[in-house]
Design a protein around this ligand. Structure first.
Ligand code: SAM
Length: 486
């Protein structure tokens, strides 16, 4: 990008930035800000810690895929990648090993101190850039509620969460005020990645300039205030809440937060622990009047414009437990529920035969059977009658009236290769990897196959991508048609 291709910024926005940056950082800083619009926006990807718990980059990604990966200083699993690298055109993307995400957008989920076993709410979650990270941090314990008011966007959110292999989830499409009625003080952690005027994304997506001209910051402030009130009401005492936007607007950021803190003395701004040692070196700036808040300016750090602040709700968490010991148990007790019976013992016959071979530990959830679909609700959780769900728990599969069980795509993604005895592994560089993802029948010559004929877990480079039905050397493709490689 150069001066000729740089986006034409709206005049009122430029004047406002000039006043703000000149007052706080000087006239030269504003000139540097303007100059940054002649530079290329940064692209990034975030490793999925659920599938790559050691956060080791698979060799194929670092090498032959030519993604030009370089560490992002503020996210332990984040990498800058070359825009021309096409990370979405790699079989490992389909295996859920990473999520393509703008580098600054990795900050909000990274500063929310989520621990396995907690109850976590992402209030404006679609398409899932932050929810996939929050879910991965839970490590299969506790629950992630991922909500988005837009039903179509919530469906995209579900796909991304399932692709990431997150089993302990609910996806809802609800008005946050309605969620508040059902879930007062029910969550240990809340993320509000609010809809905003998008000023920080003009370089990356110039089409947002027109949207900004039609709907400016003043239109978003009341919506954001409502979201803050709802999110804060659903947070349990002692819990943490992150509020984030991708705008520079002071009204939408510090304005909202300072007004919120004045209304809610039980909340205080907190300094994100994980950024303590990197803030300065990475060029992350403070919020105006809120030093704990994080601002990304495109001329200060390598990322697009962003704002994020961590808030702490004073008080003691009910059933609070030591890190990693399962605050979910506390959550269940808080709601007066007892431990669930082993769900495997409640499986109907056809499904029970299948699950006898599945060695994955999905905890002590509850089975839910709905229109021939079997779901596993996370431990201690139930589906609420008044809430519009897009997904209730892990979809295990379908069970026909005649008792025939078919495992789901979501189940394949939630398993590790060794957790189902019949499988075939396709190397990431083998042409059959893409053929499988396109839905083609495969001949398995030379591939490592294990177990008996029948349902077969198909992996690429050791990471499950879906199911097939094997008969001798031939694999009938059962990859979910809606997810096929195009
Ligand atoms: N967190 C998402 C991610 O990382 O992929 C991006 C969220 S985007 C900035 C804001 C989202 O808020 C949009 O998906 C929009 O549909 C949703 N939204 C707008 N108004 C909302 C409301 N009142 N309640 C819940 N979600 C809302």
């Amino acid at each position: 990008m150069d001066e000729k291709t740089a986006p034409k910024l709206p005049e009122p926005f430029v004047r406002e930035m000039e006043a703000l940056l000149t007052e706080y950082y000087g006239a030269e800083d504003f000139q540097n800000f303007l100059a940054s619009y002649g530079e290329e926006p940064r692209a990034g990807l975030r490793l999925n810690r659920r599938k790559l718990p050691g956060l080791c980059l698979p060799e194929e990604l670092a090498g032959e895929a030519g993604l030009g990966l370089r560490k992002i200083p503020w996210a332990d699993n984040g990498y800058y990648c070359a825009r021309e690298g096409k990370p979405a055109r790699h079989p490992y993307y389909y295996a859920g090993l990473y999520y393509i995400q703008e580098p600054s957008a990795m900050i909000p989920a990274s500063i929310l101190p989520v621990r396995p076993g907690e109850r976590v709410l992402d209030l404006c979650a679609a398409p899932g850039g932050k929810a996939t990270e929050l879910g991965a941090r839970l490590a299969g314990r506790g629950v992630l509620y991922a909500n988005d008011i837009s039903h179509s966007r919530a469906k995209a959110l579900l796909k991304n969460l399932e692709m990431a292999g997150i089993p302990n989830l609910f996806v809802t499409s609800e008005d946050p005020q309605k969620l508040l009625l059902e879930f007062p003080e029910q969550f240990d952690q809340v993320l509000i990645d609010a809809p905003c005027s998008g000023e920080g994304m003009f370089r990356r997506d110039p089409s947002l300039i027109r949207a900004f001209q039609e709907r400016g910051p003043e239109e978003y402030v009341p919506v954001q205030r409502g979201l803050l009130e709802a999110g804060a009401g659903m947070l349990a005492p002692g819990g943490f809440l992150v509020y984030s936007t991708c705008t520079f607007s002071v009204e939408e950021n510090e304005g909202n937060i300072l007004a919120f803190l004045a209304r809610h003395p039980e909340f205080e701004a907190a300094a994100p622990e994980n950024l303590r040692d990197v803030r300065e070196a990475a060029g992350l700036r403070e919020g105006f009047g809120i030093p704990q808040a994080v601002r990304v300016w495109p001329h200060g750090a390598e990322g697009e414009g962003h704002f994020a602040v961590l808030l702490h709700k004073r008080g003691q968490r009910a059933g609070q437990s030591l890190p990693g010991t399962g605050a979910g148990d506390g959550a269940a007790k808080r709601q007066g529920r007892s431990r669930d019976r082993d769900w495997r013992q409640s499986l109907p016959a056809g499904a029970a035969d299948f699950f006898r071979n599945v060695t994955a530990d999905f905890g002590e959830g509850t089975l839910l059977s709905l229109r021939e679909q079997l779901y596993l609700l996370p431990e201690g959780e139930k589906a609420h009658r008044n809430i519009r769900y897009v997904r209730t728990g892990l979809l295990l599969g379908s069970l026909s009236k005649s008792g025939v069980f078919e495992p789901s795509q979501a189940l394949a993604m939630a398993l590790a290769e060794e957790e189902y005895p019949s499988g075939v592994t396709i190397p990431a560089g083998d042409v059959r990897a893409v053929k499988y993802l396109k839905g083609e029948t495969l001949e398995l010559d030379g591939l490592a196959a294990r177990g008996a004929d029948g349902w077969t877990l198909v992996s690429i480079g050791g990471f499950p991508v879906g199911w097939g039905k094997r008969k001798g050397n031939t694999l009938k493709n059962k990859y979910y048609p809606g997810w096929r490689w195009q």
